[in-house]
Write a protein that binds this ligand. Structure first.
Ligand code: ASP
Ligand code: MG
Length: 418
């Protein structure tokens, strides 16, 4: 049994859907679970439709955009207007309209009830399309299988409950060896929809791979594999053929955008190999994450994060930055769910680098202001280099002043002007 994950870009047009169907068709020799994200940039659009985010007067236009995009796809893929996909998608849009017009309650809760329609619609279209070309499959509502707690927008997975429910999927696969299901979304025990955090479909595929004991998991992407740098930032990238699990976890943690950071752990626990392959060149080999000893080829790896802010925090009473002060600062960071991308500590101040977010920055300042003074510096770039040399650092920094730097044996992080 294998698990394939197709992200938004792999189903963002009719041509893309046909291409993904070709890939599925050429691997239909054994049981396969297909995990699909929302089409193209649908999740971004749905975020605007979460009750309370935009004035209700803007809803009709935003809704039309989402609907038109999908209806056009449906019309091109299913020329017969009597095809049942029209009713299925129509019902989902009716439910979405109802959801969008509800009064705002808790933002995180409303968010999950709204954005989840992206995956419900995409998998409905994909499942019907595969059926229509002879790739008989079963559509599965993953919210009934993948169980989380009520931590809306970032559900914490209940692996035991999910494992138990996954037996239904294993049974379904015996009857119909192709199952199509949603990434990113999940459900609570009392039937509410949750999500796993943005870009969480990789993680969904990994959870299902774990619970079903898959022989492998493949993420189909618009890049040839795990590259040593994001091609958007770097002209001459090198494809890494083999990556040990721990190395992949570390790279995702530092911000390598090729996989969601939570993806690797579950499959590592069961020793399931993870392949990253290109849906644009499906014959090419891609990259493998598995129980390897080191990366191959061994080459420097670069991760760039823009829009960083360097915050420096000082106690107002001129005390030292000691354990009690640190504890107070970390409590606020944890409460506001602010992730430090890099931290440094000196006798008189504590520095941390975070993703720029004006709202959170303001909340942080308010919360710590009785005890601490906060200063910050925006518009920065955080560069992480693994397998660095001084020569590489000099070339990448290119004479820009370095505001903060950290080095361990294999990894260095540098904060510079963007
Ligand atoms: N559709 C979701 C997002 O855009 C999940 C995913 O693509 O992995 O974040
Ligand atoms: Mg995506």
């Amino acid at each position: 049994m294998k698990v394939f994950k197709f992200g938004g870009a792999s189903v963002n047009s009719t041509q893309a859907v046909r291409n993904m169907a070709d890939i599925v068709g050429s691997h239909a020799d054994g049981p396969l679970v297909i995990v699909v994200s929302a089409m193209g940039k649908t999740t971004n659009k749905l975020e605007q439709l979460v009750p309370g985010v935009r004035p209700a007067a803007e809803h009709p236009l935003l809704l039309e955009e989402v609907k038109d995009y999908h209806w056009q796809m449906v019309r091109e893929l299913f020329p017969d207007p009597q095809h049942p996909v029209y009713t299925a998608v129509g019902q989902l849009f009716t439910q979405l309209e109802r959801q969008v017009s509800t009064a705002p309650t808790d933002y995180n809760y409303d968010y999950d009830q709204t954005v989840s329609f992206g995956e419900l619609v995409s998998t409905t279209i994909v499942s019907h399309y595969l059926n229509s070309i002879g790739l008989t499959n079963r559509w599965m509502d993953v919210r009934k299988v993948l169980r989380t707690d009520r931590h809306y927008r970032e559900g914490i997975v209940d692996f035991a409950a999910t494992q138990e429910r996954a037996t239904q999927v294993a049974e379904a696969l015996k009857e119909c060896p192709l199952v199509v299901t949603q990434g990113f979304i999940a459900g609570t025990g009392d039937g509410h929809t949750t999500t796993l955090g943005r870009e969480g479909s990789d993680y969904s595929a990994s959870i299902l791979s774990y619970c079903l004991g898959a022989e492998s998991m493949t993420i189909w992407k618009d890049v040839p594999g795990f590259l040593n740098a994001d091609p958007k930032f770097f002209p001459n990238t090198v494809k890494i053929e083999q990556i040990p699990y721990n190395e992949a976890i570390e790279l995702a943690y530092y911000g390598a955008s090729v996989i969601h950071p939570k993806t690797v752990k579950p499959i590592q626990n069961k020793g399931i190999p993870l392949f990253i392959r290109s849906f644009l060149d499906p014959q090419a080999e891609g990259s493998a994450i598995g129980p390897f000893r080191g990366i191959r080829p061994l080459t420097p790896l670069y991760i760039f994060k823009n829009n960083q802010v360097l915050i420096s925090i000082q106690p107002k009473d001129f005390s030292f930055i000691a354990e009690d002060n640190m504890q107070a600062i970390f409590a606020v960071l944890a409460e506001l769910n602010i992730k430090a991308n890099m931290m440094q500590n000196s006798a008189l101040s504590f520095s941390l680098c975070i993703d720029d977010n004006a709202v959170l920055l303001d909340l942080l300042r308010q919360r710590i202001s009785p005890q601490f003074q906060l200063r910050y510096n925006r518009g920065l770039q955080l560069i992480t280099i693994r397998y660095y040399t001084q020569e590489i650092i000099d070339r990448i920094v290119a004479g820009r002043p370095v505001l903060l730097q950290q080095r361990s044996r294999l990894t260095t992080q540098l904060l510079v002007q963007q």
